[in-house]
Design a protein around this ligand. Sequence first.
Ligand code: KMH
Ligand code: ZN
Length: 271
Amino acid sequence: MEKLIITAALTGAEVTREQQPNLPITPDEIADAAFECAKAGASIVHVHGRYDDGTPTQDKEVYRQIITKVRERCDVIVQVSTGGAVGMTAQERLAPVTLKPEMATLSMGSVNFGNDVFVNHPDDMDIFATTMKDLGVKIEYEVFDTGMITTVNRWLKKGLITAPLHVDFVLGIPGAMSGTPEALMYMRSQLPADASWTVAGIGAAQLPLATMAIILGGHVRVGFEDNVYYRKGELASSNAQLVERVARISREHDRAVATPDEARKILGMPA
Ligand code: KMH
Ligand code: ZN
């Protein structure tokens, strides 16, 4: 089986220091967390910008600092968020992509997101995809519900996007698809044959869905953006602790963990 790509979603836009005291917020903290996660086996870090007071931002300069500082510390694929936070404009959200990061996310539709609505207008999605393609940024398609994987397939058929595709199933957001084994099996069954996939289970769904992905030949995303706990009632001490556990489980299943260069190769990215 292909080696396992572990993505560490370090910060997100919603989690607070009150919920997770060790949440990395500043570019220096994010770079430290990236370094620890890379050491533990992560080959991709999914990053969100925050101002020093914790407010989410898509400010290009904040992302520039994050990318520079991470690169100074280690070799890991930096994947910038274009989801940002609920309520941001599409133009705001796209800003970090102009830095030509190695990789960026692209949300494949609108969805209820807790008590909010995460809006992704088809025209904006089209602009995001075209911009990423033009700038040579590898896209990770974020799929929160079933209609979104249908859209990925429709776009592929229309030639709007091209293989090899890499899709992230984000399962367990209240308002979107549930974080159950059945949901993951359905999503996987809808993928184009040559696509790679990863799963980001939200909250308590993180560990069981990660374990399934290890067994099924998918890849895994863990981290504070999606889950702040190590187990029920016990906060994780760091993002790296969550990465370490997934790497350990994978090795126990005789599935080796990919280095960043191996991940680039698996995803069809330039070395
Ligand atoms: N913060 C969410 C509203 C992404 O990073 O691409 C969207 C999100 C997706 O986190
Ligand atoms: Zn994100």
